[in-house]
Design a protein around this ligand. Structure first.
Ligand code: NDP
Length: 241
């Protein structure tokens, strides 16, 4: 990854931050984003290597375009995008509030699409690049009480498959990772009982760690995955056969 430039959205904690660490450790120059500038800078400062933090709310398409173009301009290139920023709003279908629906789709679907669009534009100049988006096992299998989130992640998986077909001739690979239940702030709110039940139904018998998802993302970002595109890679302890 030496000499490569990577952008990780939602890099202030969890899977995003673990990915920033892994990419920086592999030698990449990494820019991470979070909604608050102070939090983004603080997260970047805590990671060894060439890492910087900038504010970005992915629900703002203009800001997405400005930040992505800014990274490519400042560093002269953009090699890797990890479109990781995402939220999980729960609720049975009949109880879903309109603003939760809007926020989830704006962040997970439109936010990811806008980020991928902007990165692909920047990567096309060099005719090379690797884009990784964050899907989920619930986007592949469905999950009671998570219809909106599951729908948003199904969209992300198919975005990867479709964008890979569009961008392959431009030398840009697009893949998704579909994590199972990973021990982060996002799943902390599920409560101990649900987390234990999830660990129990996972063949490996435990929740995943952010670093384990970061490892798969780093593999897809690099040259070892140079002939892999349009894939949805499960990182789920065996949940999805
Ligand atoms: P966390 O809640 O720990 O982190 C989410 C990150 O996204 C934070 O850095 C947050 O930054 C950022 N973020 C949230 N909303 C926005 C926004 N509108 N604009 C920019 N950044 C935003 O989540 P995880 O690390 O667990 O999840 C990361 C990704 O992986 C998500 O897309 C999630 O759906 C997916 N995933 C997670 C699973 C899990 O079990 N944890 C399973 C399957 C998929 P800040 O708050 O600083 O703005």
């Amino acid at each position: 990854m030496s000499g490569r430039v990577a952008l990780v959205t939602g890099g202030t904690r969890g899977i995003g931050l673990a990915t920033v660490r892994a990419l920086a450790e592999a030698g990449a120059t990494v820019v991470l984003t979070g909604r608050e500038e102070a939090a983004a800078r603080e997260a970047a400062a805590a990671v060894p290597g060439t890492v910087s933090g900038v504010a970005l709310d992915v629900t703002d398409p203009k800001a997405v375009s400005t930040v992505v173009r800014g990274v490519a301009k400042e560093h002269g290139r953009l090699d890797v995008l990890v479109a990781n920023a995402g939220i999980m709003e729960g609720g049975m279908l009949g109880m879903i509030r309109e603003d939760d629906l809007d926020r989830t789709l704006a962040t997970n679907v439109s936010g990811t699409i806008h980020t991928v669009q902007a990165a692909a534009r920047a990567m096309m100049r060099k005719k090379t690049g690797s884009i990784i988006v964050l899907a989920s096992v619930v986007g592949l299998q469905g999950s009671a009480g998570q219809s909106v989130y599951a729908a948003s992640k199904a969209a992300v998986a198919n975005l990867a498959r479709s964008a890979a077909k569009e961008l392959g001739r431009s030398g840009i690979r697009v893949n998704a990772v579909a994590p199972g239940v990973i021990d982060t702030a996002l799943t902390a709110g599920l409560g101990e009982q649900v987390r234990a039940a999830n660990a129990d139904r996972t063949p490996l018998g435990r929740l995943g760690r952010p670093e384990e998802v970061a490892g798969a993302i780093t593999f897809l970002a690099g040259d070892q995955a140079s002939f892999i595109t349009g894939q949805v890679l499960g990182v789920d302890g065996g949940l999805v056969p």
